[in-house]
Design a protein around this ligand. Structure first.
Ligand code: M6R
Length: 609
């Protein structure tokens, strides 16, 4: 997730407006920043790594000349957060500049093609292919307009994008296009703006037009023109009046970041399905070679590792050891060695306990692999290979979208490894791959169809003193994560454990009305889990079940249930099954009057041991 902005002003300097708009988009990314403007037929650019304020202090982002320009605030996906990878990116002759939010899936092929045509690339980004492709299209047909060249270009792009392009070819225009990444237009008497999000221009205008997928927009002093990318058909759309307060707008109308981030999960999961094969294959190769594999992480990331240990075992027949970061050195510090591999999972890439495990492992010559949401973080620097999970910044302290994205990446790794090891038939592989592609829609359906019901359940149980969260198999990890969400944001002391453990102690706590949340996918554990539900019911527990749609057997046993669409394979089930539990925790926190974004005593990134 990055933020893009552009403006064409009738009067005045664009640069300070771009700078201020980027500040309002900073929540979308903040590892590097850049602006480009036109003045007197010349392109002016400033960009660097670092947060906007830091870059502004060094380069003064406000003194670029001209009344038209574009800007970008970055959250790295392809290429480290370095000056060379910061946007805007320019073509070979520095006549065209582009800013981009999204992921170009076919950039490797396009880059090769363009390099063969003599284009010289400066960055490691996927974005740079866009600007060279526009240059190539203009070269091939010098009489074509910038709009035609951009149109030809975006028709060749696979993946997600919201772009803004400026060029000396038509220095009075900004060209924008959108597929799967957000893009909005703002308009007032003096200017027209394009941005990733409404807050970017909200202090300047409340008249906005939402650009839809597959649309191209030309911005000029006269206003904006929208057309379809597929057939150039003209689209007429009137601006809407936006009545959000600026603070609300940053959250896209959601009251809290946590709810926004829960709702972003379908989009984030789609992004995880766009990872480069090369890195997944490389990491799978390292895992395959290892004598022993430790999955090391803290908190929610540890729960993702716990789920992954089941998934690696079930799909790739690989035994892995999930270990909590703060325990790794104590537990395995002496035995880990050159033949060990540590896959460290940390959305921030800065968690001290996880990094301490990594240091301990490196001192003993083990191989370190990383999975993180923060390219450029310490974890990416100390890992032999790392994968960026591409969730965009998560602002709510509670991990939600980063957790499901971690699960998606880990499951993809397990699938690769299974294939590499010949542990999975082509049919099974195709089946899981097909279900994987549908997962973002599955999560979307859960949010759309179950949220209201979950609100009612939250109201009903808001005063409960404690909860149990139970699941079997891979769902035990889902249970742990559901419990962590409730505990950390709603402050309800709760317990989670594999459902089979109840009878070894915890069931003694259960009395009439004790709420027990069961995670019940229809997998191999379903029958036994029903037995566990019966045990709880017999002691008066109130059962809240997360079930597969149409699971009549459990519906009859539960006081309350939430449904997940049918047909999700067992190994992928933690992804959809955690979503109702995130929402349940969120709404119980709201019912109890707590701010879920900033739970007491917690920090987003825990950099102390
Ligand atoms: O940045 P990390 O993934 O390394 O963070 C690990 C934990 O601190 C984190 O998952 C924490 O448990 C979550 N905020 C819980 O929602």
């Amino acid at each position: 997730m990055c933020g893009i902005f552009g403006c064409v002003l009738k009067n005045g300097n664009a640069a300070p407006i771009i700078h201020a708009a980027l500040k309002r988009l900073e929540y979308r990314g903040y590892d590097s920043v850049g602006e480009a403007t036109f003045y007197d037929g010349r392109l002016y650019i400033k960009k660097d790594q670092g947060k906007i304020d830091e870059v502004h202090k060094i380069h003064n982002l406000d003194d670029l000349p001209g009344n038209l320009g574009i800007g970008h605030t970055r959250w790295a996906t392809h290429g480290a957060p370095l000056e060379v990878n910061a946007h805007p990116h320019v073509d070979c002759s520095s006549n065209i500049a582009v800013v981009h939010n999204g992921i170009i899936e076919n950039f490797v092929e396009l880059k090769l093609e363009l390099e063969n045509l003599g284009h010289v690339f400066k960055s490691k980004t996927d974005t740079e292919v866009i600007v060279h492709l526009i240059e190539e299209n203009l070269k091939a047909d010098p009489s074509s307009s910038l709009a035609d060249a951009v149109l030809k270009t975006v028709r060749r792009l696979d993946g997600s994008y919201a772009i803004a392009v400026i060029s000396t070819k038509q220095p009075d225009k900004i060209l924008c296009a959108r597929n799967e990444s957000p893009l909005v237009i703002g308009i007032n008497e003096n200017a027209v703006y394009c941005a990733s999000d409404i807050p970017a221009f909200l202090p300047l205008t409340n008249r906005a037009v939402i650009v839809e997928d597959g649309e191209l927009v030309v911005l000029s002093r006269e206003g904006f023109k929208i057309s379809k990318i597929a057939d150039s058909a003209v689209v007429v759309r009137e601006p809407e009046l936006i009545d959000w307060a600026p603070e609300m707008a940053v959250k896209e109308g959601y009251p809290y970041f946590m709810l926004k981030e829960i709702h972003e999960q379908p989009a984030c999961l789609r992004n995880t399905l766009r990872l480069q094969d090369h890195y997944l294959d490389l990491m799978a190769t390292f895992l395959d070679r290892a004598r022993e594999v430790f999955l090391v992480a803290c908190g929610s990331s540890y729960h993702a590792c716990l789920a992954a240990s089941y998934i690696f075992s079930k799909l790739a027949f690989l035994a892995t050891y999930p270990v909590i970061g703060s325990e790794f050195v104590e537990q395995h510090g002496k035995s880990v060695n050159i033949e060990s591999t540590i896959l460290a999972v940390s959305q921030s890439g800065e968690t001290a306990d996880t990094l301490a495990s990594v240091s301990g492992a490196r001192e003993r010559a083990a191989t370190v692999l990383g999975l993180t949401n923060a390219i450029g973080s310490t974890l990416t620097r100390v890992s032999r290979v790392y994968i960026g999970q591409q969730s965009g910044p998560e602002i709510g302290v509670a991990a939600t979208k980063t957790f499901t994205s971690q699960l998606s990446v880990l499951a993809q790794l397990a699938l690769r490894l299974a294939k590499k090891r010949g542990k999975i038939s082509q049919d099974e592989m195709d089946f899981i791959a097909e279900k994987f592609d549908k997962l973002p829609d599955t999560v979307e359906t859960i949010i759309q169809t179950q949220e209201e019901k979950i609100k009612r359940i939250a109201k009903k149980y808001k005063d409960a003193k404690t909860f149990f969260f139970l699941g079997r198999g891979v769902s035990a990890a889902t249970a742990y994560e559901g419990r962590l969400k409730l505990m950390e944001i709603a402050y309800v002391p709760s317990m989670a454990f594999p459902a089979g453990e109840s009878k070894h102690g915890p069931i003694s706590l259960v009395e009439h009305g004790f709420p027990v949340v069961f995670i019940c996918p229809k997998d191999g554990t379903h029958r036994t889990l029903i037995g566990n539900i019966m045990e709880m019911k017999a002691r008066g527990a109130s059962i809240i079940a997360v079930i597969e749609e149409g699971d009549e057997e459990i519906k009859k046993l539960a006081e309350d249930y939430v449904e997940v669409p049918k047909g999700v394979p067992e190994v992928l089930s933690p992804i959809p099954f955690i979503v109702p539990l995130q929402l349940l925790a969120y709404y119980i926190a709201i019912e109890r009057g707590h701010n879920p974004d900033t739970p007491r005593n917690l920090a987003k990134s825990v950099t102390v041991k």
